[in-house]
Unconditional design. Structure first.
Length: 297
């Protein structure tokens, strides 16, 4: 507790000092049960498997640091995640409301993650299966590889909602490199399309995971599999728009699966879930025909 000295003048012109107390600010971290802090800091693990099951994190912050040769699984929604000084680790992270920060001296790790923001700095050889709501950023990092997040488990859909994320807003391939190296090529590439999360991050086994119904199969992934910025396979393409009617997300997913089943060579390049105003509709469709539909949401 601190104190504040206030100076004031009385009607007779005399100066006085008054001492008041200043209560310290209380943050969410301070209010957390101190006995449970270790649940949110994963530190110094060597050759171990660490897991957090649904309902154990509940939107709190997670710190992962100084780990080596370990498997780390967080099957819950999270506020933010920081990964520091980790070597040769496999890391699975459930939906992150804000950012994943992979910072100094992380190297030779495999990561599967859903997040709003993604940023690395001073990293080497990080293979990432990613859903990112904004443009992913790498800085002073090299031999980075990316693919579209492809996974599913029983509570993942609800965790997306709890984190305020959309399965359709995924910028996994739109990487911004703050520190490109002239004449040496770019610092990132894409993981081959036939690869799955389980090829990089092993699916955990054991009785405690069985009820989660973990599935790395891209065909059952909650997140639509997008081609992204890989080299186009064809010059033919089309735009499909679903207007909000309360079930538009489900209809979009059904169409994606139907097209893929009928034509395996058909790929989804990109998907977006956006709020469109009437003026936006006129510009996109060059018509006023869809204004009423847009006003529905």
């Amino acid at each position: 507790m601190g104190c504040i000295l206030s100076c004031f003048q009385d009607p007779n012109g005399q100066m006085h000092l008054e001492e008041t107390t200043d209560e310290p600010k209380v943050y969410s971290w301070d209010k957390r049960d101190k006995s449970n802090v270790e649940n949110f800091i994963i530190d110094g693990k060597k050759g171990e498997t660490v897991s957090r099951l649904p309902g154990s994190v509940k939107g709190e912050q997670i710190i992962i640091q100084n780990c080596q040769d370990s498997n780390i699984y967080i099957f819950d929604h999270i506020a933010t995640v920081s990964v520091d000084d980790c070597i040769n680790c496999n890391i699975f992270l459930g939906p992150i409301k804000s950012r994943l920060r992979v910072y100094p001296d992380c190297k030779q790790c495999r990561v599967a993650v859903v997040c709003q923001q993604f940023r690395t700095r001073d990293c080497f050889q990080i293979d990432t299966f990613l859903l990112c709501g904004t443009q992913p950023i790498i800085e002073s990092s090299s031999r980075m590889k990316f693919a579209c997040f492809s996974f599913n488990y029983l509570e993942l859909d609800q965790q997306f909602k709890s984190a305020g994320l959309s399965i359709f807003n995924n910028n996994w391939s739109n990487i911004h490199d703050f520190t490109p190296v002239p004449d040496e090529g770019i610092n990132f590439s894409y993981i081959p399309t036939e690869s799955t999360v389980s090829d990089f991050v092993p699916v955990p086994e054991g009785e405690e995971f069985r009820s989660l119904q973990l599935s790395p199969d891209p065909n059952t992934s909650l997140v639509p599999q997008t081609w992204g910025r890989r080299r186009k396979l064809s010059d033919e393409s089309c735009l499909v728009v679903f207007f909000n009617d309360g079930s538009s997300a489900e209809r979009a997913v059904r169409l994606i699966h139907s097209l893929k089943a009928k034509n395996p060579h058909c790929v989804l390049v990109q998907s977006k879930e956006i709020l469109m105003e009437p003026d936006d509709s006129k510009r996109v469709f060059d018509s006023e025909s869809y204004v009423t539909a847009v006003q529905g949401g």
